[in-house]
Design a protein around this ligand. Structure first.
Ligand SMILES: Nc1ncnc2c1ncn2[C@@H]1O[C@H](COP(=O)(O)OP(=O)(O)OP(=O)(O)O)[C@@H](O)[C@H]1O
Length: 251
């Protein structure tokens, strides 16, 4: 089990700081919230953690390992998985194939074995499919396994994205606005799955606009505004903090 630790990370664009000395910790087995008004720097933080953007200063640790300079594939191998604000699926491929694609990190048979159709590759594919079916079952999507992912509703596509991230069996899971565009019933059924994943020892960092949703799910919440942390604490502490209220009212 590994914690995600950000130690004073920073990043500017064209001389303007987007993330300015942010420190936080997402411990294993917990869902930690990161909230903030539009343009606060939340997505930039996620892009820094996942190696899509280079860090301008500070350190990123996964467990005890310094991942500050790691690129996206290295981070994925270290067990850092994410979902995107804009869903990224293979629209023409089936739901099952999209989930199986998430097992990529665990591939042992190798590309050549796959190309040649060797038994080791077949065996591995069957094992991935077995695990993918277990995920589909958990997300209540077994009946849709053979449907093209692109033909499904937004809520279902979000679930596929989540399954793909979980297929990596991550130690750290970054959820970038996972319930955006969902109704309350859809959002709260996903919340149960997030709780379940955290209970298995995964460190979850939940980035969300929907305050109510974050408050119901997280024990500890960090609040960003203009690239800086302006508050942290329990949902009650954060909700009652005048700086937070001001940041949200002013946005
Ligand atoms: N690639 C980029 N080039 C220039 N400026 C950027 C870039 N990415 C982000 N920014 C700026 O950095 C700041 C933080 O943006 P970011 O997208 O991280 O905020 P956010 O909290 O995720 O916002 P939202 O909730 O609207 O997605 C904004 O002022 C934004 O304009």
């Amino acid at each position: 089990m590994k914690a995600l630790t950000l130690d004073n990370i920073a990043r500017s664009f064209g001389g303007l700081p987007a993330v300015d000395g942010v420190s936080l910790q997402a411990p294993p087995g917990r869902i930690t919230g990161l909230i903030g008004p539009n343009g606060a720097g939340k997505t930039t933080v996620v892009n820094l953690i996942t190696g899509l953007l280079k860090v301008g200063g500070g350190r990123i640790l996964v467990g005890d390992d310094d991942m500050t300079e790691a690129d996206a594939p290295t981070l994925a191998r270290a067990g850092v998985a994410r979902t995107f604000q804009n869903i990224r699926l293979i629209g023409d491929a089936t739901v099952l194939d999209n989930v199986v694609a998430g097992f990529h990190r665990h591939e042992k048979a190798g590309t050549l074995a796959n190309m040649l159709g060797l038994p080791s590759a077949h065996h591995e594919r069957r094992e991935f499919e077995r695990k993918a079916h277990a995920l589909l079952d958990r997300f209540g999507m077994t009946a849709l396994a053979r449907h093209p992912a692109g033909s499904l509703s937004y809520g279902h596509q979000r679930r596929i994205e989540m399954m793909r991230a979980l297929a990596m069996e991550p130690s750290v899971l970054l959820l970038d606005e996972p319930v955006a565009g969902m109704n309350d019933a859809e959002a709260y059924s996903l919340a149960d799955i997030f709780r379940d994943v955290a209970r298995q020892g995964v460190a979850i960092l939940l980035i969300e606009h929907n305050m109510r949703f974050v408050m119901s799910l997280c024990e500890h919440i960090y609040v960003l505004a203009f690239g800086r942390l302006i508050a942290e604490g329990t949902p009650d502490e954060v909700a009652g903090n005048p700086r937070v209220i001001e940041a949200y009212l002013g946005s």
